[in-house]
Design a binder for this molecule. Structure first.
Ligand SMILES: [Zn+2]
Length: 265
C-alpha cells in the first residue's frame, strides 16, 4: 500500500465518523457474506437456517448470475429465498465499485441503481445497511453512505463496543491471515466477555473455498460456538435495532448527539 493510500485510509478511519454509544447486556454476533457467491446463498444460508439464525448478504446487483474470479455468484431465486427466510439483503453497490475517488453523483447512482435492480428482482426489504466494496473508504464516501444507510461496514478488524462508528463498523474477516493472531472462537469469547457486537465477514462457503471464503464445517463450528457462548446471532440491521433499543433503555447521555435513529431510504 502506498504512503498516500495509507494516509487516506487512516484519515477515513478518524474522519466523518457517526459515533453512537451502545451498551448491550449480551454480545451480538453478526455473520455477513459479501458480493455474494452462490455457495454463500446455499451452503452458508443452510448452516444459519439449520440453527434458526439469520445472516446479512451484501449484494452487488451487477454480480447476479455471473462468475467472478472463478466463483459462481447468486441468482435471482437465491435473493428471494434468502429474503423470504428472513435474512438481510444489504447494499454492496451496483457494480462492486471502488468509490473513494468517485463524485457524489456517481456514488448516489451506485446506491440507487443497486436498490432499484434488487427491487426489480423481487427484494421487497429496504437495504438498511451497506458494506464498502474492498473496504475502501474515504471521508466523503462515509458521509454519502451515511445519507443512505443506517450503518456501513468497513473492514477494520475489531469489536464494536462502547462508542462505535456507524459509518465504518468494524468487522473480522474469516480469512486465515486475519485469524492468525486470534481465532474466530477467541474473537467470540472476547465479544461475550465485553458484551460487544462482533461482525464476521466472509464470501464463499465451500470445502475448496477461495482465499476469501470459509470451509462449511468451520463456519458451522463458529456459529455453534457463538450460540453456545450465549451470544445473540443477528443480521447487521437487526443488531442495530437491538443496540438502539438498548441505548434508549439505558438512557445513555450522548454528548455528541444520539445517532441511533435510522431513516434509511
Ligand atoms: Zn465485495
Amino acid at each position: 500500500m502506498s504512503l498516500k493510500r495509507r494516509l487516506d485510509y487512516v484519515a477515513a478511519r478518524h474522519l466523518a465518523r457517526r459515533p453512537a454509544k451502545i451498551r448491550l447486556d449480551r454480545a451480538i454476533i453478526s455473520f455477513s457474506f459479501d458480493d455474494f457467491p452462490k455457495s454463500a446463498a446455499t451452503t452458508g444460508a443452510r448452516i444459519m437456517d439449520d440453527r434458526g439464525v439469520r445472516a446479512t448478504f451484501y449484494a452487488s446487483a451487477g454480480n447476479m448470475g455471473r462468475t467472478v474470479d472463478g466463483l459462481r455468484q447468486y441468482d435471482a431465486e437465491d435473493l428471494i429465498r434468502l429474503s423470504d427466510a428472513g435474512h438481510e439483503i444489504g447494499c454492496h453497490t451496483a457494480t462492486h465499485a471502488r468509490l473513494t475517488k468517485a463524485s457524489p453523483a456517481r456514488i448516489r447512482g451506485e446506491y440507487a441503481s443497486n436498490r432499484d435492480l434488487l427491487r426489480a428482482l423481487g427484494v421487497s426489504q429496504t437495504l438498511r445497511t451497506h458494506a464498502y466494496p474492498y473496504g475502501d473508504v474515504s471521508p466523503d464516501l462515509k458521509r454519502e453512505a451515511a445519507r443512505w444507510f443506517g450503518a456501513s461496514r468497513g473492514i477494520w478488524p475489531g469489536l464494536n463496543v462502547g462508542t462505535i462508528d456507524l459509518a465504518a463498523l468494524r468487522c473480522v474477516s474469516l480469512e486465515p491471515h486475519i485469524l492468525a493472531e486470534r481465532s474466530a472462537h477467541e474473537w467470540i469469547d472476547l465479544a461475550v466477555r465485553r458484551n460487544a457486537w462482533l461482525i464476521f465477514l466472509t464470501h464463499d462457503v465451500a470445502k475448496d473455498h477461495s482465499p476469501f471464503g470459509v470451509d462449511p464445517a468451520a463456519l458451522a463450528r463458529i456459529v455453534d460456538h457463538a450460540l453456545t457462548a450465549g451470544a445473540n446471532v443477528l443480521p447487521v440491521a437487526d443488531a442495530l435495532d437491538r443496540a438502539a433499543s438498548k441505548a434508549a433503555a439505558a438512557d445513555v447521555g450522548l454528548p455528541s448527539a444520539p445517532v441511533l435513529k435510522f431513516s434509511p431510504r
